[in-house]
Design a protein around this ligand. Structure first.
Ligand SMILES: Cc1cc2nc3c(=O)[nH]c(=O)nc-3n(C[C@H](O)[C@H](O)[C@H](O)COP(=O)(O)OP(=O)(O)OC[C@H]3O[C@@H](n4cnc5c(N)ncnc54)[C@H](O)[C@@H]3O)c2cc1C
Ligand code: FES
Ligand code: FES
Length: 1334
């Protein structure tokens, strides 16, 4: 076959590619070949949406131009022949005009680090191209495939709701809770608060102004298609044009793989190292795209995208009588919680079926419905019913190698037939199921006697299964309680899982299988009741009715309150105003440059790390011979190549490259350097390493048993513990485990190193929070003085602590490669590498004992904290110190002892993460205070308030609390949340609902501000004023989305009294401000702000004589006058936080400069049968002093809260018993998505609380609000308590155990009932579970 030319359009320009390689994705092509870097790589597996683009094509089957969003990271360029691609650059720019979508996300503060922004913009843009006046629900659905780690989503949704026809805040038309005009109606406080943005400033959307579909492509619409062939380095792609041609190809190449959406194959090739030398794409074949309405159902060609299936079925449901569409509704329910629009637009129904995934969502439904599958090969056709024989094994189907799936017929349901589909995943949106199912019953006419019953599951075996043994026995039986009991008992037998089943969660999955049937049972009962067929069947008790309700979204409502700047403040003084993040417009248009967007240097090479697959082993040999055969191979680097020191890490206990021994899976052993990232991946996979296994310690409990610790025990002790416990009326002991957390910054670690060719000079562009450490680590490794190494950071796509120290893993390796090859070298970690190698938040285990009086007053407390530090110390000691400082949360305990131990394990070293040990310790505190309340039978809020500190109190580390605003936050939050009234409502709800329960909880936080290592509390700034009056500002902090540069410009603008537009921050670099502390510990605004202020004041002093001479200015004249008088217009500033220093030995001194306080009240609803929960409402009152920028501060509060919500309810890292991380990407590791946030999200910044200790009376805000998400955790616990009370006979103990995160598995398992009792699996002692609690 000869290769054809590939023709497609990008942003209206024609692209002709003569050498289209089927392995090249659209993302790689856009970024590297076309230099369009607005489209970002966040995961490469369709799970984050950072790469979203709009595709447009003339759809010959629908006879119209269609626009749809797609993931560029999964779209092979070969699938784009005659397609028009629109990227974020194609819709608007700051140089011309921003598109209204770009403008609104920027102005509504929906872009922090901005890495997710282009993808979100493109999802919204695509929606508007299809639906210029969308509903709020359509807007929310458009983002099911997009993630953001910074904003907490609220501002994005609120900004985009202004496009909604049913209620944005632009027109004030609607009577909806989001309308800004309605917000102030009945609340005086609301009217006092200005708005974070003004929708009147938004330019309007004019759909007629959008770029047109390329006329050249439109002209081709009637031209017959011919078969095409594209040949790449390893893979050939054939685009079949006819069914005959396709079946011919299958005869000639039975091993050829069909590819439609590539959402499965793309992942197998990228992440599972699979190679398919021949791919055949049937997407153009008319028969495979046909949608036919037949006598017995609707028949879909196998290549039909899921979005077409969804639309067709939804139309049918709207048009046909309900009894005919029971199955369709089941399929729609599954598709509702399927992947995002980007995936559903390209993924085919046939692809889902033939992938034969054990957790496919469609297959159980199709099997239960008895869908008809037509299979075809050259000359033959056969139609079979999908039944339990269709999947003979793991990822196998009945298809013969020459056969393909032609079509699927989804049947209409009949009268007397009922169908339901259920799915439970970790996260509702865009997540693969733990258990998923389809259930169908057909009754004999006019009766409740069963004629047919089908119960099919995914997630209960290595394939989709049908519970045939159970269902067969129920024929001719009546639908009643007896049947329910029989089916459950039988399912418990039939749907067994071995205790070490892949995916783990064995008891949960077994319980779900039964719970789903119970839901089906009730649903059918209800429908029978409606149909008046109550004769022999049980009546549905009203208190159980809510169990049948499918998840419904409630209308969102947000309120953000802050204090107006004082009357009389000049318009030019932006301090205290909600100034938009200065880079937001460029982030929204894709112009903002992140590390990997820096254009390629000449002769640039790519590096890929080679890492250990063993947790603890001796390296016996490294064989690179196969790697060297990969095209473009340049070099392999190992410890032997290092010219300086291989020793690295904060405690010098790490190596740049492991030398003889590896101590974790993911430990860096070496690196390959090649011409492209694809070759680098292949070469790295080809490096063969042999090991000799050594015993490994993976878990905290293992480490305790083996006394495997770093350093000695740290302790804070105050009062007389013995006496305290002796006095106590009651003593309770407990244990709490808090799982780790991956940072999941949308931009992974990235470094570019450029050797300068003389005197050992090297320039590094790095995504790091720590320029100083990067510089010193590289200098030490190369053996050159630090003055030869220049580190530059423009911005990061998120950091959250993950780029405080661990970025040096990549930068030292890349610098070595640049040194060795003499060429520029680049490395951006893939998401799976990043998650594997760079560690995250420390898992904590705490054992506590609390003594208290019957009044709820706590008199004694002892907590032993253990953290899983991993294979190096890194920042673990500082993190444990902070944990010990926060073990009191907000409570005064007269007799207290806290100890901390760092467990040395064979996991990747854990590191800094927003909150730095504080959230773990405070969760433990809230857990024991919850125990106290439960034991005393007192309301938890009363016990919390009773134990709360007062102004002037000393903490357990003897720091006096001054300016203690917490009680104010508490009272305001109680009031604004209407806590007491809602508590009653919750109680009533719980009385009326047996299987859904609500919980309510109010939680305070106090967070100490300062690095606990005193000398780190220093910062520098450099200000240059140029002769045109423009100011170049540099300071020691890095911008990772938190708005630091914006706040620094505000500070400089206020001091210099010039508009912010005259001030520019270009980057952070080691040659402008040296020896900077990492941008961390929430203090960057405080310390850099003071340094900026000082530098600006120096400039002002120098300008003073010129101002005096010419008081009316303007600024530019003073500057030129000064220049002409040879006065320096460049100044530095420096700041160190005064009076810090604490001694653990004497428990004296001040670790913190001050504290930030906040309170949150949250309400949740849990589904006791599935463990699902929804966050109904959160009210937060936060003291951030006099906010420098309320939009940024509220953004930090919401973003931190939602990240905390992930920590405490959602994000779960799974490790194998061998210490290998299972969860290495967004498909398995779930961070909060758009739909995870509280439906009502109300944030209020405390008024009139200036903080005299920080710049312009502000307060640090980055980390403190994260812990407030514990209010969701304890609200869930409250709801579970109600569920357990309902099923009292199974739940003797009120102090039940709930570890963090409160996942659906943990929630379901804690709601003990008759189904959980049947779902228990015996675990033999020698069982190796799929995953361990580390
Ligand atoms: C981010 C993401 C989220 C996802 N979420 C879900 C989810 O929630 N639920 C779920 O069930 N799945 C989910 N999936 C899996 C995937 O989307 C589906 O399996 C999808 O329908 C596959 O379709 P495709 O066209 O992309 O398949 P491809 O990758 O193109 O092909 C998949 C397999 O099917 C074969 N094949 C395709 N068509 C035919 C045919 N006509 N005849 C014979 N063989 C054929 C191919 O050869 C290949 O083996 C998700 C995937 C991603 C990437
Ligand atoms: S990069 Fe494509 S979805 Fe994440
Ligand atoms: S702004 Fe969304 S990931 Fe940073």
């Amino acid at each position: 076959m000869t290769a054809d030319e590939l023709v497609f359009f990008v942003n209206g320009k024609k692209v002709v590619e003569k050498n289209a390689d089927p392995e090249t994705t659209l993302l790689a092509y856009l970024r590297r070949k076309l230099g369009l870097c607005g489209t970002k790589l966040g995961c490469g597996e369709g799970g984050c949406g950072a790469c979203t683009v709009m595709l447009s094509k003339y759809d010959r089957f629908q006879n119209k131009i269609v626009h749809f969003s797609a993931n560029a990271c999964l779209a092979p360029i070969c699938s784009l022949h005659h397609v028009a691609v629109t990227t974020v650059e194609g819709i608007g720019s700051t140089k011309t005009r921003l598109h209204p979508v770009q403008e609104r996300i920027a102005k509504s503060h929906g872009s922090q680090c901005g890495f997710c922004t282009p993808g979100i913009v493109m999802s919204m843009y695509t929606l508007l191209r299809n639906q210029p006046e969308p509903t709020i629900e359509e807007i929310e659905d458009a983002f099911q495939g997009n993630l953001c780690r910074c904003t907490g989503y609220r501002p994005i949704l609120q900004g985009f709701r202004t496009f909604a026809k049913d209620g944005g805040c632009c027109g004030g038309k609607g009577n909806n809770p989001n309308c800004c005009k309605d917000q102030g109606k009945d609340d005086e406080q609301l009217t006092l608060s200005p708005s974070l943005f003004n929708p009147k400033e938004f330019s309007s959307l004019d759909p007629t102004q959008e770029p047109i579909f390329p006329p050249e492509l439109l002209r081709l619409k009637d031209t017959p298609r011919k078969q095409l062939c594209f040949e790449g380095e390893r893979v050939t792609w054939v685009q079949a044009a006819t069914l005959e041609g396709l079946l011919d190809l299958k005869v000639q190449h039975p091993d050829a793989k069909l590819v439609v959406g590539n959402t499965e194959i793309g992942i197998e090739m990228k992440f599972k190292n699979k190679l398919f030398p021949m791919l055949v794409c049937p997407a153009w074949v008319p028969e495979l795209n046909a949608v036919e309405h037949r006598q017995e159902g609707i028949c879909f060609g196998a290549a039909c995208p899921l979005i077409i299936v969804e639309k067709t079925l939804a139309d049918a449901v709207a048009e046909l009588p309900a009894h005919k569409t029971e199955v369709f509704q089941g399929v729609l329910e599954q598709l509702r919680w399927f992947a995002g629009k980007q995936i559903k637009s390209v993924a085919s129904i046939g692809g889902n079926i033939i992938t034969a995934s054990p957790i496919s969502d469609l297959n159980p439904v199709l099997m239960a419905a008895g869908a008809k599958m037509t299979l075809g090969s050259q000359g033959t056709r056969r139609t079979i019913c999908m039944d339990h024989n269709f999947f003979p094994g793991y990822r196998k189907t009945l298809l013969s190698p020459k056969e393909i799936l032609l079509s699927v017929e989804i049947p209409f349901s009949k009268k007397g037939e009922f169908f339901s589909a259920f799915k439970q995943a970790s996260r509702r949106e865009d997540d693969i199921a733990k258990v998923t199912c389809g259930m169908r019953v057909l009754f004999k006419p006019g009766s409740t006697e069963i004629e047919e019953l089908a119960i099919c599951y995914g997630g209960m075996a290595d394939r989709t299964v049908s519970a045939t043994r159970t269902t067969r026995r129920q024929l001719s039986k009546v639908w009643n309680e007896e049947l329910l009991q029989r089916v459950c008992a039988s399912l418990a037998e039939e749907m067994r899982l071995p205790p070490d089943a892949p995916g783990g969660m064995v008891d949960f999955r077994r319980t779900l299988a039964l719970s789903f049937f119970f839901k089906f049972y009730l649903t059918v009962l209800q429908k029978l009741g409606e149909a008046n067929l109550k004769d022999k069947c049980a009546k549905l008790d009203p208190t159980v009715a809510s169990a049948t309700l499918l998840f419904q979204k409630d209308p969102p409502a947000n309120v953000q309150l802050f204090q107006e700047v004082p009357k009389g403040q000049s318009e030019e003084d932006t301090v205290g105003r909600p100034l938009v993040h200065l880079s937001a417009p460029m982030q929204a248009s894709g112009e903002a440059v992140y590390c990997d967007d820096i254009p390629r240097h000449e002769k640039e090479l790519h590096l890929r790390l080679v890492t250990s697959t063993m947790a603890h082993a001796k390296i016996k040999s490294i064989d690179t011979s196969e790697a060297q055969k990969v095209p473009g191979f340049v070099s392999f680097l190992s410890a032997d190549d290092i010219p300086g020191s291989n020793e690295t890490g904060l405690s010098n206990d790490e190596t740049v490259f492991a030398k003889d021994e590896v101590t974790c899976v993911g430990h860096v052993i070496g690196a390959v350097v090649t011409d492209t990232p694809e070759h680098a991946q292949r070469a790295a996979q080809a490096v063969k390493i042999t090991y000799e296994a050594l015993p490994a310690i993976i878990t905290i409990k293992d480490a305790i048993k083996n006394k495997s610790f770093y350093g000695s025990e740290k302790k804070i002790e105050k009062g007389d513990l013995k006496k305290g416990f002796a006095e106590a009326d009651n003593v309770v002991s407990g244990e709490l485990y808090i799982g780790g957390q991956d940072h999941f910054y949308l931009e992974t670690h990235c470094t570019i190193a450029v050797p300068k060719g003389e005197a050992g000079e090297m320039e590094l562009f790095v995504s790091t929070q720590n320029t100083m450490k990067t510089q010193s680590s590289v200098a030490k490794m190369l053996g050159v003085p630090e003055n030869r190494i220049l580190v530059r950071v423009k911005r990061m796509g998120g950091g959250f602590g993950g780029k405080e120290t661990r970025s040096t893993i990549v930068s030292t390796a890349v610098a070595l490669a640049a040194y060795k090859t003499g060429r520029p070298v680049r490395c951006m970690l893939d998401r799976d590498e990043d998650m594997l190698i760079t560690g995250g938040r420390h898992p904590f285990l705490a054992r506590y004992k609390v003594g208290f009086m019957t009044t709820g007053k706590v008199v004694a407390l002892e907590v032993d904290h253990y953290s899983n530090a991993g294979n190096s110390q890194d920042l673990s000691q500082g993190i444990m110190d902070r944990a010990l400082f926060h073990m009191d949360n907000c409570y005064k305990i007269p007799n207290i002892r806290g100890t901390g131990r760092l467990c040395r394990t064979n996991l990747a070293s854990n590191t800094a993460f927003r909150g730095f040990g504080g959230p773990q310790a405070m969760l433990i505190a809230e857990n024991w205070i919850n125990d106290v309340a439960l034991t005393c039978g007192l309301p938890a809020e009363e016990v919390r308030r009773k134990n709360m500190y007062k102004e002037g109190d000393l903490t357990h580390f003897n720091q006096k609390l001054e300016g203690f605003t917490l009680p104010r936050c508490w009272e305001e939050c109680l009031e604004s949340s209407q806590y007491q009234a809602r508590k009653k409502e919750v109680e009533n709800f719980n009385k009326e609902n047996c299987w859904k329960k609500r919980g309510l909880c109010i939680i305070p936080t106090k967070f100490g501000i300062s690095f606990t290592v005193p000398h780190l509390n220093q910062a520098g700034a450099l200000v240059h004023v140029y002769t045109d009056g423009s100011v170049l500002l540099t300071h020691g902090g890095t911008e990772m989305g938190q708005g630091l540069h914006t706040k620094m410009v505000q500070v400089a603008s206020k001091v210099l009294n010039i508009p912010t537009s005259k001030i520019y921050i270009s980057e952070t670099s080691t040659n402008t401000v040296p020896n900077t502390s990492p941008t961390a510990a929430s203090v960057s605004t405080d310390i850099n702000g003071e340094a900026v202020q000082e530098a600006c004041q120096t400039i002002l002093k120098r300008l003073a004589p010129f101002k005096e001479k010419n008081p009316n200015g303007p600024w530019e004249h003073w500057v030129t006058d000064a220049y002409q008088e040879a006065v320096s217009l460049s100044a530095t500033g420096f700041y160190r936080t005064p009076d810090l220093g604490y001694s653990f030995e004497t428990n004296s001194g001040r670790p913190f400069h001050y504290f930030t306080y906040g309170v949150a009240c949250s309400e949740v609803e849990i589904d006791c049968l599935t463990g699902d929960h929804k966050a109904l409402r959160t009210d937060i009152v936060m003291d951030v002093g006099s906010s420098l920028n309320p939009a940024i501060d509220i953004g930090q509060v919401e973003g931190a809260f939602v990240q905390g919500l992930g920590l405490f309810t959602l994000e779960e890292l799974h490790y194998s018993p061998e210490g290998s991380l299972h969860t290495r990407g967004p498909s398995t590791y779930k961070i909060p998505a758009f739909g995870s946030i509280p439906t009502q999200f109300r944030v209020s910044l405390l008024r009139d609380c200036p903080n005299k200790k920080a710049i312009y009376s502000s307060k640090a805000v980055g980390e403190p609000p994260l812990f407030l998400a514990a209010s969701i955790f304890f609200a869930i616990k409250d709801a579970i308590l109600a569920a357990r009370a309902q099923h009292g006979k199974y739940n003797m103990n009120t102090l039940f155990h709930l570890d963090s995160p409160a996942t659906p598995e943990r929630i379901r398992n804690a709601c003990v009932d008759r189904f959980t009792a049947l779902g228990v699996t015996d675990v033999p002692d020698n069982c190796k579970p799929w995953s361990l609690r580390v």
